[in-house]
Design a protein around this ligand. Structure first.
Ligand code: ADP
Ligand code: GLC
Length: 468
């Protein structure tokens, strides 16, 4: 089957969060199953595009609100990803030094229009157009109702919701950015008086999925005002758990690690990575090391950390290391904490792919007290690297982590509160004292299979339900 994934992010070209990891892996696994999946994404002015060679495969023109913009489709020259990837360059609009910012409405409108414009001149059209999140949410509508894209009317579109908090809404004043369409269907664009790309995609895509089954259920109760829409569209909605790319995330071969390790050598391998982390961040390697990696935003529960860490560091003999950036007030409080708890707490405020891999390998426990977690990849990476997750049981975390008390391998808590984070950390510390059991759990979690194989097939089954 010929599938095209349309996305704002794709690892290793542009990554802000887990969306990039998913789009950088799912097509590869679909191709292993004998399909022909490719990706189209924007060409940003970022380190990857600056440092790699691209060949030009197409030049075209789009119009937005009467203004014409030239666009170019580029393909990396020396990149083996396991799928073809195409990048849309539109100077002056899309080609900026960032992935997301305030001008996203114009940028992603241009991206979506150029994508369909280019696809429409291909000798062979895709059999499925798979859109990811709101940045690509107007594609299913445009395929159905824009006069320029009539040839897509019978082609199924799919929407994956990676995060329903962000919907990309904009005012009807900007409606002329959308290529001319059949006005009879204008209502499909709207939700609560605004043009809402995510809502529009939920209405127009032939199938909709969330990135975990539990998140699908949770959205019916709490979807940032889209609850009733999701309940109404429930018959075409499904939850498919994300997988992980076990070639990229492999402790035996990961070139970012200080020391690689197999299941058999997990104890010594993890120890070497922990030692490096503790030396680098002035922490004591004899204490259990708790870590957090991620965006410092409300959804991730990171605003709870300053108070929770304060209590933990005053009462438990542990080290804590945090990697992330986001809300300024949380960053400031963490930096202040770093001064107060020198030797037991450290934080790297920023984004660092290499460091994240070493942390998955070297930490003993990974904290994820998320308020909202559509899937979460970090807990799956940490399982593969033998780091025990301490998570709030929500969304994909609920679907992947089973508490020790229920015969499982992690520590879960019901609510995203300081008290419950602290209590879960205390339980984890007790396990750390039982080194034999602690090591048994590490070996167990490293063998849990979260590779994409199963879910890649689940996506194919979903496509087949609409292409046949
Ligand atoms: P989300 O997409 O909501 O941020 P996910 O758990 O799906 O959450 O994926 C987050 C991805 O981004 C993981 O690959 C994680 O390792 C990575 N990541 C997040 N923050 C950072 C950071 N500061 N430095 C390096 N990698 C990070
Ligand atoms: C989003 C979600 C995260 C999920 C990722 C990939 O960014 O916040 O939970 O893992 O998308 O699907």
């Amino acid at each position: 089957m010929k599938i095209i994934h349309v996305s704002a992010e794709c690892y290793p070209i542009a990554k802000v969060g887990g969306l990039a990891d998913v789009v950088g892996a799912l097509p590869k696994y679909q191709n292993v199953e004998g399909h022909e999946a490719s990706v189209i994404m924007p060409y940003y002015n970022i380190p990857f595009t600056q440092n790699n060679a691209f060949e030009s495969v197409y030049n075209g023109v789009i119009k937005m609100d009467q203004v014409a913009y030239d666009f170019e489709i580029l393909k990396p020259e020396n990149l083996q990803l396991g799928f073809d990837i195409y990048l849309v360059k539109i100077s002056g609009v899309l080609y900026k030094e960032y992935v997301y910012s305030r001008d996203d409405v114009e940028r992603f409108m241009a991206f979506q229009t150029a994508t369909l414009s280019w696809l429409s001149v291909q000798s062979e059209l895709p059999q499925v157009v798979h859109c990811h999140d709101h940045h690509t949410g107007l594609v299913p509508f445009m395929m159905q109702y824009c006069y320029d894209f009539k040839q897509f009317k019978e082609i199924p579109s799919v929407l994956s919701i990676h995060n329903a908090q962000y919907q990309g809404w904009f005012s009807h004043d900007k409606i002329n950015l959308i290529p001319e369409f059949d006005k009879e269907h204008i209502g499909l664009l709207d939700w609560s008086g605004n043009i809402n790309p995510l809502a529009c995609a939920i209405k127009c895509a032939w199938r909709v999925n969330t990135v975990s089954p539990s998140y699908m259920e949770e959205l019916k109760e709490n979807a940032n005002h889209l609850e009733s829409l999701l309940s109404h569209e429930a018959p075409k909605c499904i939850g498919i758990l994300n997988g992980i790319d076990t070639e990229v995330w492999n402790p035996e071969k990961d070139s970012y690690l200080v020391k690689n390790y197999s299941l058999q050598k997990a104890t010594s391998g993890k120890k070497a990575n922990k030692k490096w982390l503790c030396n680098t961040f002035n922490l004591d390697a004899d204490k259990p090391l708790f870590a957090f990696i991620g965006r410092l935003v409300y959804e991730k529960g990171s605003d709870l950390f300053p108070e929770a860490f304060d209590q933990i560091l005053n009462n438990e003999d542990v080290s804590i290391l945090l990697l992330g950036s986001g809300e300024q007030s949380t960053e400031e409080k963490l930096l202040e904490l770093k001064e107060r708890f020198k030797g037991t707490f450290n934080a790297f405020i920023g984004y660092d792919e290499k460091l994240s891999h070493i942390i998955y390998a070297g930490a003993d426990f990974l904290l994820m007290p998320s308020r909202v977690e559509p899937c979460g990849l970090n807990q799956m990476y940490s399982l593969r690297y033998g780091t025990i997750p301490v998570v709030r049981s929500i969304g994909g975390l609920k679907d992947t982590i089973v508490d020790m008390e229920d015969g499982g391998f992690g520590f879960t808590h019901e609510d995203a509160t300081v008290d419950q984070i602290v209590a879960a950390v205390k339980r984890a510390c007790l396990l750390y004292k039982e080194q034999k059991e602690f090591k048994r759990i590490i070996k167990h979690i490293m063998q849990i299979d979260h590779s994409w194989n199963r879910s890649a097939v689940a996506y194919i089954n979903m496509y087949e339900s609409i292409t046949n």
